[in-house]
Design a protein around this ligand. Structure first.
Ligand code: NDP
Ligand code: 2IT
Length: 449
């Protein structure tokens, strides 16, 4: 329950229209809670139905994705694209390929993307897509046939100035390549319609590294400004071993931290000497194997079954980079008991509301996903700029822009929280700062009736 009647009405409407969609409801509740003081100070928001509009996607596309497996059998998956908000730019957001994908998951991700994309300061709206297809264990040809079928339908709804998808869980360079190839074949045009493309056909340098690097730039700035500290000498635990986790490890290490644990959906490894990232890259990026394999290649390392045990490993900085709700209240308490000083969310919504509350009341610095992992989509927007210009910047140029964007996001979130009486609460600050720009644009553009 909120203090504001308006917020209660809006949330009740979302609950009634989206029954049982727990991830989506969780994401909406958190944003509305942060917006309480903003709604109180700005009656125009209620008069213009801004919140009722912002919680309802502009367009949702659910479609059949039939494909033929290596045995010649027809398989069917479900495809999703939720075009949530285009007030400040074309819909922008990744494509998740994972068996857990459903409407609730895609809507929570699309909703959060609105505010995250606004925080980047670049002109991109919010959207997300995906499928319950599982790339794990599939051959390259099966993945290709799935991606082509997925794009055959999706191509009718996207475009460089309409909606620009990218990677997310299960969608990396291989999948983006297959999807881009199919889009180009169908449309006979070479445009910047997907981001995260390969470097030979329009991709941006540093996009692969951007989310993990950006996360560390954000956390470094947070440590500096709020604790006069840095990554130097800190013990770091990172969940996941995919795109975000790998490049978070690389940057945290470059900044002087020591990463002692990583995981995948089966279990986690602990290497007290500091994880050898080349070995992880070989196992996960090249061989598409399991993290367990690490202990066969590096002596002194341990492997434990199960994901949540990673949060019992003692650390100064925790970077959840796997998936939603991977840190619950018990895991948060274990981290706090072990003296964690900062948590930076690389994944989307990795901490449950109870976990966030536990971190905040224990005085742990907490960098929320919308702000802390915005470096990926920000660099996607830089890829769009380069594609429009038919030009490419160097790695150093893109990395410098990324760093500047992350530092700016930290200060905008910090200042917005302070302005509304929530000093130090970056969850509230990020939601408010992201919201204000989108709301202003929606007010300016009027209502069609
Ligand atoms: P990847 O597919 O590259 O890696 C995902 C990692 O998380 C893998 O190690 C995977 O383990 C693990 N994982 C996935 N699902 C689960 C699960 N249900 N339980 C436990 N572990 C799981 O994805 P990314 O690194 O791209 O994405 C990770 C997170 O970061 C996601 O929340 C994504 O939305 C977010 N994100 C990604 C961005 C990007 O640019 N890629 C940008 C911003 C946020 P396994 O190999 O066993 O499946
Ligand atoms: O969650 C995210 O921000 C992403 N998966 C990246 C989206 C993008 O368009 O680069």
């Amino acid at each position: 329950m909120f203090k504001s009647e308006y917020l209660n009405r809006v949330y009740a409407g979302v609950e009634a229209r989206n029954p049982g969609e727990k991830e989506f409801l969780q994401a909406v509740y958190e944003v509305l809670e942060s917006l309480e003081p903003v709604v109180e100070a700005n009656p125009r928001l209620e008069q213009n139905g801004i919140l009722e509009r912002i919680v309802e996607p502009e367009r949702q596309i659910f479609f059949r994705v039939p494909w033929v497996d290596d045995a010649g059998k027809v398989q069917v998956n479900r495809g999703f694209r939720v075009q949530f908000n285009s007030a400040i730019g074309p819909y922008k957001g990744g494509i998740r390929l994972h068996p857990s994908v459903n409407a609730s998951v895609i809507k929570f991700l699309g909703f959060e993307q609105i505010f995250k994309n606004s925080l980047t300061s670049l002109p991109i709206g919010g959207g997300k897509g995906g499928s319950d297809f599982d790339p794990k264990g599939k051959s390259d040809m099966e993945v290709m046939r799935f991606c082509q079928s997925f794009m055959t339908e999706l191509s009718k709804h996207i475009g460089a100035d309409t909606d620009v998808p990218a990677g997310d869980i299960g969608t990396g360079a291989r999948e983006i390549g297959f999807m881009y190839g199919q889009y180009k074949r169908l449309r006979n045009e070479f445009t910047g319609v997907l981001t995260g493309k390969g470097l030979t056909y329009g991709g941006s340098l540093a996009r692969t590294e951007a989310t993990g690097f950006g996360l560390c730039y954000f956390v470094e700035e947070m440590l500096k400004c709020m604790k006069n500290d840095s990554f130097k000498g800190k013990t770091v635990v990172i969940s996941g071993s995919g795109n975000v986790a790998i490049y978070a490890n690389q940057k945290a290490t470059e900044l002087g931290g020591k990463v002692v644990a990583m995981s995948d959906s089966n279990g986690y490894i602990v290497d007290k000497n500091g994880i050898n990232l080349d070995v992880v890259k070989q196992i996960k990026e090249v061989e598409r194997g399991r993290i367990k394999e690490y202990v066969n290649r590096v002596s002194g390392a341990e492997y434990h079954d199960g994901c949540s045990g990673i949060w019992t490993v003692k650390c100064d900085v925790a970077l959840p980079c796997a998936t939603q709700n991977e840190i619950n209240e018990d895991s948060a308490k274990a981290l706090i008991a072990n003296g964690v000083m900062a948590v930076g969310e690389g994944a989307n919504m990795p901490s449950t509301p109870e976990a966030v509350a536990a971190f905040q009341s224990a005085g742990v610095l907490f960098a929320p996903a919308k702000a802390a992992n915005a470096g990926g989509v920000a660099t996607s927007a830089l890829e769009m700029s380069q594609n429009s210009m038919r030009y490419s910047w160097t790695f150093e140029e893109v990395d410098a822009k990324l760093k500047g964007i992350m530092i700016n996001i930290f200060h905008n979130a910090y200042n917005a929280a302070e302005k509304y009486g929530k000093k130090g609460n970056l969850v509230a600050g990020a939601n408010i700062a992201g919201f204000e720009k989108v709301a202003e644009a929606m007010l300016a553009q009027g209502v069609a009736y």
